[in-house]
Ligand binder design. Structure first.
Ligand SMILES: [Zn+2]
Length: 556
């Protein structure tokens, strides 16, 4: 007997065998059971996920001599004819090669006749989006007044190309990409039946190459069998699929983790010598980095990372050695390289540079830690400036160019020192404030600031960047200008909010509502304090440069 390709031999014959699309199978079975089959269906989804297979099973369910039944027998003449593609009542039309209006007119002629032996006439039009506009119009006429025995099933990978007039007359089912795990399970079953020897790693590799398509998975398996016989080896699969083997990818990741640039460069050289496609290599690196990220952030990574269980453990261990920020960097480095490589004259150079960059990323600190450092630095600078300079000079005299401390005629006098100057982390610094917000007459807010500062100095400095907007017996409101809006997010962190509210409670002996707002404009006094601060502190400017912020309206 002639060899039958696996995809054909193992084509599902009943609804239950179509993997990954149970939601659709169940809906169709229920419709058949209830006698509520629509006149037109639209099956959309990626290639090779079971659209035409499902269409044929539906045709059998409708025309089986025991039917209509949700479980076609697959033994009667109609079932066998449909499976073999020879049924006169079930017509499969390739939309790609029958695109003209004449083809559809011909089809409309045949629609009029009652089914020859079955109960329904079923038209399965594959790649229906390829039909011409006039063909769609002709089809529409039939769909508007469908004969009772007729069922259309349209299959397409591009549903958006189908006119809405047609789409609105169809019941639309969206087929999903098949998960790797589902493909592996099905392959496992088929290989056992076919006496093909294949390990878990090989099954996953095949499923990966199939990219969500069962048909492609079986096609690859056919190729592997033709190449190496019934014992499918990983090397054979790698050769057929043209992918870099997993150990080499993991070695590269390990070299990056150890910041071993020369080892990583050696890996690139090896890949080039082996004739690998470097774009594919970047693709696979990105995928592994993504998996490492998932393993770090997800509590149930098994659902998100599809790989053999043995490798999952290996990846978990590897992910421990990276911070989240590092992985995000790696992701962007290699996805960018993957994109740029298309137009680059010599891809190995680009990959080498990417790898060097990857080995040189230092652990990136979270934003609030960086801010904390900047603010501490600023306070230290200010403090030392105050200590060195004469009492009469402003604190900025050491850090600003002369033009900035000598006001021109007509300009406002140098701003008064803000309260924040007194909230630095230096223990010897005078804490009492001479400048308080007019709203804070009893000094309660200053008390809160002081209380917060004792527990978490950097948080006090965030708060101090805001302006007291309202202080009543009910609530305490702090406002931030747009340029400092990032402080709002930092303050809104749960651990910060709870510390602030508990401190407020300690100071006021009661619970007040604490609110943080973004404000368009600040009260005059406060604004001058803030803008002058930006003027006189290069550190702030530097911080804004690093953090990408901007100073809004520096001169009121
Ligand atoms: Zn049957």
């Amino acid at each position: 007997m002639a060899y039958q390709v696996l995809a054909r031999k193992w084509r599902p014959q009943v609804f239950e065998d179509v993997i990954g699309q149970t939601h659709i199978a169940r809906a169709l079975q229920n419709a058949v059971k209830a006698g509520k089959v629509a006149h037109a269906y639209l099956f959309s989804g990626p290639r090779g996920v079971g659209k035409t297979t499902m269409a044929r099973i539906l045709a059998k369910a409708l025309n089986c001599s025991e039917g209509p039944t949700p479980a076609p027998c697959n033994r009667c003449a109609p079932c066998q004819e449909i499976a073999g593609g020879s049924s006169v009542d079930v017509l499969e039309i390739d939309g790609a090669s029958n695109t003209s209006v004449e083809d559809v007119r011909e089809l409309r002629e045949t629609v009029k006749y009652v089914p020859f032996q079955g109960k329904h006439k079923v038209y399965i039009i594959d790649e229906v989006h390829m039909l011409s506009n006039s063909a769609f119009n002709a089809l529409l006429k039939t769909l508007e007044e469908p004969p009772p025995h007729m069922v259309f099933i349209f299959a397409t990978t591009e549903p958006h190309k189908i006119p809405s007039t047609i789409r609105s007359r169809c019941q639309h089912f969206q087929f999903k990409r098949i998960s790797r795990r589902d493909i592996v399970n099905r392959l496992n079953y088929i290989t056992a039946q076919e006496a093909i020897k294949m390990g878990e790693a090989e099954l996953f590799l095949l499923a990966k190459g199939a990219d969500g398509s069962m048909r492609d998975a079986l096609g690859l398996l056919d190729q592997a069998l033709a190449y190496g016989g019934p014992q499918v080896r990983q090397e054979d699969l790698l050769t057929i699929m043209g992918v870099v083997d997993r150990p080499q990818i993991l070695e590269m990741i390990q070299a990056i983790q150890r910041k071993d640039a020369s080892k990583a460069m050696g890996q690139v050289r090896k890949l080039v010598d082996q004739g690998h496609d470097l774009r594919q290599f970047c693709h696979e690196l990105v995928e592994v980095v993504r998996d490492l990220l998932m393993l770090k952030i997800s509590k149930q990574p098994e659902a998100l990372v599809e790989c053999p269980s043995e490798e999952l453990e290996e990846l978990k261990a590897l992910s421990q050695g990276f911070s989240l920020e590092e992985l995000q960097w790696l992701f962007s480095i290699f996805s960018q390289t993957h994109e740029e490589i298309k137009n680059f004259f010599y891809p190995p150079f680009l990959v080498e540079m990417a790898v060097v960059r990857a080995t040189r990323i230092h652990s990136v600190e979270p934003l609030d830690k960086i801010l904390e450092k900047v603010l501490t630095l600023e306070k230290q600078l200010q403090h030392s400036a105050e200590t060195i300079s004469a009492p009469s000079s402003t604190s900025s005299s050491l850090t600003s160019p002369p033009s900035m401390v000598q006001p021109e005629v007509g300009m406002s006098p140098p701003p008064q020192r803000s309260t924040s100057d007194h909230l630095g982390p230096n223990p010897g610094h005078n804490e009492a404030s001479s400048e308080v917000s007019p709203l804070d007459r009893s000094g309660q807010w200053q008390k809160v600031l002081q209380g917060v500062k004792e527990k978490r100095p950097y948080l006090a400095s965030y708060l101090d960047r805001g302006v007291l907007m309202s202080l009543t017996g009910e609530e305490l409101v702090i406002g931030y200008p747009k340029a400092s809006s990032f402080f709002i997010d930092l303050i809104h962190k749960e651990e910060n909010l709870s510390l602030i509210t508990s401190t407020i409670q300690e100071c006021f002996q009661k619970t007040l509502k604490f609110k943080v707002l973004l404000v368009e404009s600040l009260p005059d006094m406060e604004r001058s304090v803030h803008s002058s601060k930006a003027d006189i502190h290069p550190v702030v400017k530097e911080a804004l440069k690093i953090l990408g912020g901007e100073i809004v309206d520096p001169k009121p």
